[in-house]
Design a protein around this ligand. Sequence first.
Ligand code: NAD
Length: 322
Amino acid sequence: MTILITGSAGFIGYHVTRKILNKNIKVIGIDNINNYYDINLKKNRIKDLKKNKKFFFYKVDLSNYKKLNNIVKNEKIKIIIHLAAQAGVRYSIKNPRTYFKSNLEGFFNVLEISRHNNIKHLIYASTSSVYGDSKKFPLSEINRTDNPLSFYAATKKSNEVMAHSYSYIYKLPCTGVRFFTVYGPFGRPDMALFKFTKNILNNQPIELYNKGNHFRDFTYVDDIVEGIYSLIKKQSKKSIPYEIFNIGNGTPKKLLDYLKHIENNLNKISKTKKLPLQVGDIVKTHSNINKLKKYTGYKPKTNIKIGISRFIEWYKDYYRRN
Ligand SMILES: NC(=O)c1ccc[n+]([C@@H]2O[C@H](COP(=O)([O-])OP(=O)(O)OC[C@H]3O[C@@H](n4cnc5c(N)ncnc54)[C@H](O)[C@@H]3O)[C@@H](O)[C@H]2O)c1
């Protein structure tokens, strides 16, 4: 078996790839290594993955249908884990076209390649942002998701409905996974944990949108990885082979409390700049993870205290060496 992982130079893609390689399965990784954030982080993730002889990497953009299709055909891929996307809610306010290109056109190519190569399971990343400002907590897969608050969320919701049509028409087994605020080592520099840690260590103020009163269902990356891994061989057997799952922790935390844990770990108090709620931002997320629990036995294992300490340990070590 060989698995194609798109976005393997990305935060979650890197961790998923590592897990699968550790299971002795060959992985083909693709990524365009764009400069949305420091490309050295992406290059170093790939460098690390390449230590494993079962990992092969191609620098390719999702818009390059021909090259992607050749990779899938030549490598006889039957399972695709699609994580490449333009991520980030705030960036989508100023740069919607980037999301259109990577998340809509790019996703369409992934669907087309999947149908032409008889893919047995396409697992793709969606997001808790599809729940918009739904107040039916905990957020469950049966909640309505047709009022996205950002264009990023709109593209991810579109992926879910595009996938449904391919599952129905071409019987393509598709599983969408809605991640809830993922954090952990080798994380993204545009996300809270990274920014807070960096600024506190550099004596810079940190920006707290909504004055830090957000609630987020912070989910440690290893739990996300376990959730994805548990699904690989469990494609839906329904007449329309289509499923959607939340992958979260299930215990939302206030951003200010999350910050406290970071300060405690660094043994340093932050300087904060309190800002109003940003347009497109959701005030609270809280996942209902019962569906995945029943389906695969998923059980998140890492609380924020441990998760944050693992991130900070990685951060200090990484920036000592790089
Ligand atoms: N991190 C989170 O909290 C979170 C939450 C919900 C959903 N997600 C989703 O999970 C997936 C992975 O997110 P991440 O946090 O690892 O982000 P990331 O930005 O670190 O990883 C995405 C990778 O995709 C690559 N990429 C982007 N556009 C591409 C294109 N057109 N062609 C080829 N490669 C391209 C990027 O270079 C990057 O390496 C994304 O689909 C994201 O939307 C993430």
